[in-house]
Design a protein around this ligand. Structure first.
Ligand SMILES: [Zn+2]
Length: 114
């Protein structure tokens, strides 16, 4: 993975997806890029991104362990649905920079200098 801005990472291989940090889950979430003709669900604004649609992450094998994170990202703001299992359910937060600990855990490369 590689940083494409302070807030976003890109996969180097496989399907095109953009990763961002989620404070509620303290982890990266990936959004798959989709194209309709020339139109993409990501506006390529690296500082204040917008992704069309809502996204969901689910964990847990059993109903008791089940954890949900459902959100939208609009103009650099992450808007959590009230159904989220974490403490930011129902809140909007500015998208944070990817923390150094995550960069090290995932061995994310720094962005290439142009
Ligand atoms: Zn999350």
């Amino acid at each position: 993975m590689q940083l494409i801005s302070k807030k976003l990472v890109s996969r180097l291989h496989g399907s095109k997806a953009i990763g961002h940090y989620c404070l509620g889950c303290d982890d990266l979430h990936f959004i798959l890029l989709t194209y309709k003709g020339k139109h993409c669900n990501f506006d390529f604004n690296l500082e204040n991104p917008t992704f069309e649609g809502a996204f969901q992450q689910v964990w847990g094998e059993t109903p008791e362990e089940r954890r949900l994170c459902r959100y939208k990202i609009v103009q650099g703001s992450i808007r959590y649905f009230s159904a989220c299992s974490h403490e930011y359910a129902g809140s909007s937060l500015n998208l944070l920079e990817v923390p150094q600990t995550i960069i090290e855990d995932y061995e994310i490369s720094p962005s290439e200098k142009p």
